[in-house]
Design a protein around this ligand. Structure first.
Ligand SMILES: NC(=O)c1ccc[n+]([C@@H]2O[C@H](COP(=O)([O-])OP(=O)(O)OC[C@H]3O[C@@H](n4cnc5c(N)ncnc54)[C@H](OP(=O)(O)O)[C@@H]3O)[C@@H](O)[C@H]2O)c1
Length: 287
């Protein structure tokens, strides 16, 4: 039986949607914090179990009878390393054989305090745990682009501290599809995969595509982090949020998210969504 954590979140829920296309619901379980938000999963026959990464005994209980776990990493600004350690320890205690962990792409050793430190700690802990592991180093979601450039087409300019850095954006849905395929196929014992889009794009590329789709000029201007944060705070964004988004810019600038890998394309059996396709469907299609 395969168990997906974070099943009321974006990646976990979509991964279950894809699993259900190939796997009987009776072989799928889910960990959620709030069962009231997982009624659709229950209706589709998924075995929904309540647990919290901070509550060790709830995790041991929820992982009874499970062979494989997808540990969807915990959110930033929480003690991620402790939560992940709890899940790994509980999996071991419950007799789980194989644990998949969703980490972040690290094409360089740039340190993004809120994310890469706990990911690295988790990967090291998992590898030493004795469980069979598979580490999924997920690329930056296309869906996160709006945090960087806004959710409306910019009037004339994108101002962001990413320098000339590139990002191999990948849609979360496509990551979920790729993850479901990995979970249901053999040959991934003690493997690490970097799951990215097939192309990496700079913010100049983003501005160029937006210009072409909008029919008016949009340019990209790099800005230093302190100036970016001040501007965002002046616009009403909480400082820690502005700083976190700026750190993603810095990670792009330092190449952390730039490398492209063909794994998602192979697993999907087609090219993943391109920048132009994503911008078109997100910024230029009536919802
Ligand atoms: N690659 C990227 O660009 C990128 C971007 C953002 C985040 N991430 C990472 O990837 C993960 C998955 O992304 P996502 O988009 O699916 O995030 P999401 O929608 O925020 O989902 C996170 C899931 O984790 C669950 N969770 C959080 N803390 C928990 C706890 N203490 N106990 C049990 N469950 C807990 C949440 O439960 P609730 O539903 O109850 O809140 C939620 O279901 C994120 O958590 C983050 O680590 C990656």
């Amino acid at each position: 039986m395969i168990l997906i954590t974070g099943a009321t979140g974006g990646l976990g829920h979509k991964t279950i949607d894809f699993l259900l296309q190939t796997t009987p619901a009776s072989e799928i379980a889910a960990i959620v914090r709030d069962a009231g938000r997982a009624k659709d999963l229950v209706e589709r026959g998924v075995d929904v179990r309540q647990a919290d990464y901070f509550d060790y005994s709830s995790l041991v209980q929820a992982m009874q009878g499970i062979d494989k776990v997808l540990l969807v990493s915990a959110v930033a600004f929480t003690d991620r390393a402790l939560q992940h350690k709890n899940v790994i320890d509980a999996a071991k205690e419950a007799g789980v054989k194989h644990l998949f962990y969703t980490s972040i792409q690290r094409s360089t050793d740039f340190v993004m305090k809120e994310v890469t430190e706990s990911d690295l700690a988790t990967e090291t802990y998992l590898k030493a745990s004795g469980l069979v592991y598979t580490i999924l180093k997920n690329g930056y979601y296309f869906e996160g682009l709006s945090y960087m450039i806004g959710s409306e087409v910019p009037d004339s300019e994108i101002v962001f501290p990413a320098g000339e850095g590139r990002i191999a954006f990948v849609k979360r849905t496509e990551l979920a599809a790729a993850t479901a395929t990995l979970l249901t196929s053999a040959g991934h014992d003690n493997q690490e995969y970097t799951l990215t889009g097939s192309e990496a794009y700079s913010f100049h590329d983003i501005a160029r595509e937006l210009s072409s789709l909008a029919g008016h000029p949009i340019t990209y201007k790099n800005i230093e982090i302190p100036q970016y944060v001040s501007r965002q705070v002046a616009a009403g964004v909480p400082e820690f949020v502005a700083d976190f988004i700026a750190q993603w810019g810095a990670s792009a600038k330092h190449g952390m998210l730039a490398e492209t890998h063909g794994t998602v394309e192979q697993l999907l059996g087609r090219k993943p969504t391109s920048l132009r396709e994503y911008l078109k469907e997100t910024y230029f299609t009536d919802k």
